[in-house]
Design a protein around this ligand. Structure first.
Ligand code: GBH
Length: 512
């Protein structure tokens, strides 16, 4: 009798412990899983069928070896020709949606709507129709880093006329594709466009007028985004009924100890809120803290006005509230500190000088010796909580998250990264964040900007020695497929990668 009781108790305890270890967590009903790419990073066909030069074509051709290993996006994944295979892969993964971007210079070779390149339009029509044929939702980013070079000659994002140019391009693509596209991302990652492209010499167009150009760009990007939003909202939404939003990148800025809480807050204001606050806050406008800091510094430096342009009261209203979802791109976290030596450290006016902080990451955040992206899942949780608290719990759509590594199909670090980040996303949902979907960057390896093809983000590996750019699913593809299929996160799931991924059915396949 007693023995049986003990046995029962032992059993219960065993199941409990085991239950915890094997905890399988569920995503909410209606939660969407997808994957993303961008035009310059995957399409290739840089000068085919009437496409004109973009700033990345220009930079990679004109400045020899401005990109690691002298890589270019001339051919890249050749998705311009291989888009059917891309869609097949998304079907293999069983995903709800595919986020891709439009090449402005493929659709409008002059940059303006006077010439509409039929072949370019046809390409995107084919891609959209192929997706819809298999019930995959197209999520279209209108601008992802590849401005037509013609518009760059006119100053690109530092010229306020870009508000109209981007508005016109958006208008045209709503008209062309909006009958079938119900998710629009206006602009990808203002911080990188403006800081790395205008305030530094990293991304194209490497304007590098530090401390000035990145702020002109910031204002213009925000108003241009709002212009596209209003055009959609007033002219197209009534009949097309889709959603339109912006994707804002953010690393979480963690104070390096209690002394650096203020420094980390400044980092959050400059790196995140500069772009998010004008759109998502109740009051609109740039955050008052950055306005004050930049105005004071500008004065000290002998400028007659703040290097940060002002929004007029009308512009504040025009930009405020112009995003149906909070599109979030997130990869990692950084530590922030400040000490005396930051004064004068940056030498010339710049956004980093204005922010007045130093940044670093810890090597222990690497998942293994060969890993590249620093995995800090708790930082993702803090960031999601920050967005919830700052902006009254807006609906969040994670438009990018993923792991950069090297070649190889057995990508265990990537698998770990995805699981850790998705697990924290579930924690955030449990804690009240309103998160609607998740996008893995990326469907396949692609042109990783300044790093060329040396860093791989793909669920599928791409063989660049092969003219047909063979795509092969990595282990992470199998794991992500299982997560999307079951709507569950199971850390113990071991995929059978010897079975072709296409042989694993969408419902009740042989593994279950
Ligand atoms: C996202 O931002 C992009 O939206 C996506 O296109 C990209 O592939 C993804 O992240 C993964 O990185 O190499 O030191 O000179 C990335 C923006 C632009 C940040 C290039 C780093 C180069 C710094 N990145 N930038 S460096």
């Amino acid at each position: 009798m007693c023995y049986k009781l003990w046995l029962a108790l032992a059993c219960i305890l065993f199941y409990r412990c085991n239950g915890n270890r094997h905890e399988v967590r569920k995503f909410p009903e209606g939660f969407l899983f997808g994957t993303s790419t961008a035009s310059y990073q995957t399409e290739g066909a840089w000068n085919e069928d009437g496409k004109s030069e973009s700033i990345w074509d220009h930079m990679s051709h004109q400045i020899p070896c401005s990109i690691k290993h002298c890589d270019t996006g001339d051919i890249s994944d050749d998705s311009y020709h291989l888009y059917k295979r891309d869609v097949e892969m998304i079907r293999e993964l069983g995903l709800d949606f595919y986020r891709f971007s439009l090449s402005w210079s493929r659709i409008l070779p002059t940059g303006f709507p006077d010439v509409i390149n039929e072949a370019g339009v046809q390409y995107y029509n084919n891609l959209i129709d192929e997706l819809l044929k298999y019930n995959i939702i197209p999520m279209v980013t209108i601008y992802h880093f590849d401005l037509p070079q013609t518009l760059q000659k006119l100053g690109g994002w530092s010229n306020p006329h870009i508000v109209d140019w981007f508005g016109d391009f958006s208008n045209i693509v709503f008209r062309l594709f909006g009958d079938r596209v119900k998710y629009w991302v206006t602009i990808n990652e203002p911080y990188y466009i403006c800081y790395e492209g205008y305030g530094a010499d990293i991304m194209a167009p490497q304007v590098n007028v530090t401390g000035i150009a990145e702020y002109l760009c910031a204002k213009n990007v925000l108003v241009a985004h709002a212009k596209a939003y209003h055009i959609y909202d007033e002219v197209f939404r009534p009949t097309q009924g889709g959603k339109i939003f912006i994707s804002i990148n953010a690393r979480w800025n963690e104070p390096d100890g209690d002394d650096n809480v203020e420094a980390a807050d400044d980092a959050n204001q400059f790196f995140i809120m500069q772009y998010a606050y004008p759109i998502f806050s109740k009051s609109g406008d740039f955050p008052s803290s950055i306005k004050k800091i930049i105005a004071a510094k500008s004065k000290e430096q002998g400028f007659l006005r703040s290097r940060l342009p002002e929004f007029t009261p009308d512009e504040i209203e025009y930009v405020r509230g112009t995003s149906d979802l909070y599109g979030l791109n997130h990869y990692s976290t950084q530590l922030i500190y400040r000490n005396e030596s930051v004064k004068g450290f940056y030498k010339i006016p710049s956004m980093y000088d204005d922010t007045g902080v130093f940044i670093y990451q810890l090597d222990k955040w690497l998942l293994s010796n060969s890993s590249i992206t620093k995995a800090v899942p708790w930082g993702f949780h803090k960031l999601l909580t920050f967005i919830k608290e700052q902006f009254g719990n807006p609906p969040i759509f994670v438009t990018e998250n993923g792991f950069g590594g090297s070649t190889g199909l057995e990508d265990n670090d990537r698998v770990t990264y995805y699981r850790l980040y998705l697990s924290v996303l579930l924690d955030a949902i449990e804690n009240g964040s309103d998160i609607r979907g998740y996008t893995a960057w990326s469907l396949m390896d692609n042109f990783e900007w300044n790093q060329g093809y040396s860093i791989r983000f793909g669920l599928y590996e791409v063989d660049y020695t092969c003219p047909n750019r063979t795509r092969t699913p990595r282990k992470s593809a199998y794991v992500y497929k299982e997560i999307a299929r079951t709507h569950k996160l199971d850390f113990e799931f071991e995929p059978n990668t010897s079975v072709p991924i296409s042989a694993l059915g969408e419902d009740g396949d042989e593994n279950h």
